[in-house]
Ligand binder design. Structure first.
Ligand SMILES: *Cc1c(COP(=O)(O)O)cnc(C)c1O
Length: 403
């Protein structure tokens, strides 16, 4: 295995299908989101789920350089990947962990979201068992209406008191999460915001010190809900993907990822030929078809079968028949002289505006952009580009070295 802080390698299996990550766009998005924040507020870059499919380590470093102060993930494993890469910034795990994971979290200096007595018990125990590298930093998660992972206000206050009394623990934050920040009607966001502010008032009323408060995800940050001196927890918008049709991206934010491939083979279809499993596409008039080595196991949603398209030779190339696990077939557009090796933009950022956006693919597949991006599979190499040059590659196969 590599050294602990091995920089991302350039080794690349060379697989034609890869996710290109535009680091200039990512840095610009971080700066654009920071510029929206109210006075005293700061940015927490949410890099859970392998940075929504963009590759957590490189994205985390870039976001920190561009002005994010801290990071957030969903699991201990995700936090460990960042620490192993030598990233020292504060990292918060946003949701529940198993109490059995508490000692590991303490060792890795990970901040935890606390909403249950059981997790706080486990963390307090773990804090007693380790050498005092400073108190363990905790954020109490307050229930205000999402009903997922949050303590009802009275319990949240009791948890905060316990943390404040224990010298091995520190109340680093208090937070809540909105249920409908990405909807046009902000009525429920207003209610949750008021409930959270009232709860913070109770905390202050008891003179319990806390370092920060936070409530806004991307949509709420765009909507102006981050709160003075709050932390904005931004994921999706940092990747240049709109949270929802009702929460469009602010200006200066653009897509970061494009899923790309190259034509593996070009062939002719005659009238009556059918394409793919189930023979759902039947050729009417002679046409050219291209095989593209991307399939649903790469994260290319099978629901797009028969309706989706990609960009080939600067034109729309419609999918023919079903998407298979590892490959699919498109029509070579009229007037395009595609050969094997021709570049294809499957989805995402496309300067020519031909490939479908992640939001468009999500809509066609009956889901949200979050799912399309975060499901880009581990077997797809991530190729990082800055100023038009490849500056890093993360490829699961590159760890095979030597072969
Ligand atoms: C994932 C997550 C976020 C980030 O949400 P985006 O909509 O991607 O900005 C913020 N807060 C919590 C608690 C989350 O789980």
């Amino acid at each position: 295995m590599g050294e602990p802080d091995r920089p991302p390698g350039r080794a690349w299996s060379g697989r034609a299908t890869r996710a290109e990550i535009d680091l200039d766009a990512l840095g610009g998005n971080v700066r654009a989101l920071r510029s929206l924040l109210p006075p005293g507020a700061s940015l927490m870059a949410v890099v859970k789920a392998n940075a929504y499919g963009h590759g957590a380590t490189v994205v985390a470093r870039e976001a920190l350089v561009a002005g994010a102060e801290r990071l957030a993930v969903a699991t201990i494993g995700e936090a460990a990947v960042l620490r192993r890469a030598g990233i020292d910034a504060p990292i918060l795990i946003l949701g529940a962990i198993d109490p059995a994971e508490a000692p590991m979290a303490v060792r890795l200096r990970i901040e935890l979201a606390i909403a249950t007595e059981a997790l706080l018990d486990a963390v307090a125990d773990a804090a007693r068992g380790t050498s005092p590298a400073g108190p363990v930093r905790l954020h109490v998660k307050v229930e205000t209406g999402l009903h997922r992972y949050g303590a009802e206000p009275d319990l949240a206050l009791a948890l905060a008191r316990r943390i404040a009394r224990d010298p091995r623990l520190e109340l680093a934050g208090a937070f809540t999460h909105f249920a409908c920040a990405d909807e046009a009607d902000d009525g429920f966001t207003r209610e949750q915001d008021a409930a959270f502010s009232a709860w913070l008032g109770r905390l202050r009323g008891e003179s319990i010190a806390f370092a920060a408060h936070h409530r806004a995800n991307s949509a709420a940050t765009i909507g102006g809900w981050a709160g003075e001196s709050g932390i904005a927890r931004c994921g999706i918008a940092m990747y240049g993907i709109a949270p929802s049709p009702a929460a469009p991206l602010p200006s200066g934010v653009r897509p970061v990822m494009s899923l790309r491939s190259r034509v593996a083979r070009v062939f002719d279809l005659r009238p009556g030929d059918t394409v793919g499993y189930g023979r759902t596409y039947r050729c009417e008039a002679a046409e050219r078809a291209a095989l593209v080595p991307v399939g649903y196991a790469d994260g290319y949603a099978r629901a797009l079968s028969g309706t989706g398209h990609m960009a080939l030779g600067g034109c729309r190339a419609p999918l023919l028949g079903r998407i298979s696990m590892d490959q699919c077939v498109v029509r070579v557009p009229d007037g395009v002289d595609a050969e094997s090796g021709a570049e294809v933009v499957v989805l995402g950022a496309d300067p020519a505006g031909i490939a479908p956006s992640i939001e468009g693919v999500a809509e066609a597949a009956g889901t949200i952009g979050y799912e399309i991006a975060s499901r880009i599979a581990a077997r797809v190499p991530r190729v990082y580009v800055r100023g038009g040059e490849i500056v890093a590659v993360e490829d699961a196969l590159s760890d095979l070295g030597g072969f």
